[in-house]
Design a protein around this ligand. Structure first.
Ligand SMILES: NC(=O)c1ccc[n+]([C@@H]2O[C@H](COP(=O)([O-])OP(=O)(O)OC[C@H]3O[C@@H](n4cnc5c(N)ncnc54)[C@H](OP(=O)(O)O)[C@@H]3O)[C@@H](O)[C@H]2O)c1
Length: 287
């Protein structure tokens, strides 16, 4: 069989269209949704990600504020920048681009962001709410994966899902979101035994290792008709690749995502959606 390609760009455009409408509604109430980005240092990949996010904001009418900080900034100085953005009532969402230079601590930094402006869903408060099924702001990539399931009307109830990743950004939030939808979820990682066997039993595999020398998901590792979501992005001879080869896996899967053009565009679209959610939260709380 040949499965259906989950087209991240197409789904992202649907999300952006909804966000654009929401922006217009907020503007009609004199609220100008605004995302502040903080980029520390000159990592070219990080700078490119921030540019992509700004461009996407522009497309839907979200204002951006760009904060570029020197690579040798101290934790205290970075904390001050975040505190100022927390207090700035014209800013609704704050995004600190990761990774940070070695002298800065990611947990300390993300914990400083007001949970109401935490558009990356990484503060301990929002992570706790997610675990308790009460989250308003959830990490963008996991939200994007859920959007893909919804777009294709994929019912998750009772499905056996294997996630190959246990990071705070990807695997853990996806675990909670899937559990909320009554899926049976197994979270795998570098120490998991019998990973291939677990994959062969799964109705859905979400893979995010990002290093082909460590792990590649090949067609013999999935069951006929499985759904494969490839979150990973890595470079292979200057080409962007995921954990699996789309052209091969789609011969056996019922649905699969390509890399690039899969989860990536959805991650950016969900950041826009989270910024609107944050702007609405601010109105509800009269801030
Ligand atoms: N498309 C997007 O928008 C998007 C967004 C975020 C991330 N990503 C991509 O997703 C990938 C993961 O990102 P991340 O930040 O979560 O990275 P990470 O923290 O390095 O996570 C990698 C995960 O892979 C696991 N792993 C490593 N080797 C393995 C093996 N041989 N078998 C099974 N699991 C193994 C690790 O296990 P341990 O925990 O045991 O080390 C870890 O849980 C990267 O390629 C990143 O670029 C894409």
């Amino acid at each position: 069989m040949t499965g259906i390609k989950i087209d991240g760009k197409e789904i992202a455009q649907h999300v952006k269209d909804r966000v654009k409408k929401a922006v217009e509604e907020l503007k009609a109430q004199n609220i100008n949704p605004c995302l502040a980005t903080v980029l520390v240092g000159e990592n070219p990949a990080s700078a490119a990600y921030v540019r992509t996010k700004h461009k996407a904001c522009e497309e839907v009418g979200i204002i951006t504020k760009d904060h570029k900080l020197a690579s040798n900034i101290t934790q205290t100085e970075l904390n001050e920048t975040i505190d100022n953005l927390n207090k700035d009532t014209s800013v609704h969402g704050i995004l600190v681009q990761l990774p940070l230079p070695d002298q800065l601590n990611e947990f300390t930094t993300t914990s400083k962001i007001s949970p109401l402006k935490d558009v990356d869903g990484l503060t301990p408060y929002n992570v706790g709410l997610l675990a308790m099924k009460k989250a308003a702001l959830v990490a963008c990539t996991p939200l994007g994966v859920m959007e893909m399931f919804d777009y294709h009307n994929i019912n998750l109830q009772g499905k056996n899902v294997v996630i190959i990743n246990r990071s705070n950004l990807v695997g853990k939030p996806i675990y909670h979101l899937l559990l909320e939808r009554n899926a049976t979820v197994i979270t795998c990682h570098s120490k998991t035994k019998n990973l291939e066997e677990l994959c062969r039993l799964a109705d859905i595999i979400i893979t995010a290792v990002g290093d082909r020398t460590k792990f590649t998901l090949t067609p013999d590792m999935i069951k006929e008709g499985a759904i494969v979501i490839d979150v990973a992005i890595s470079r292979n001879e200057e080409k962007l690749v995921g954990d699996t080869d789309f052209d091969q896996i789609i011969q056996k899967a019922s649905f699969a995502t390509p890399v690039p053009g899969g989860v990536g565009p959805l991650t950016v679209a969900m950041l826009l959606k989270n910024t609107i959610t944050a702007a609405s939260l601010n109105i509800q709380l009269g801030q």
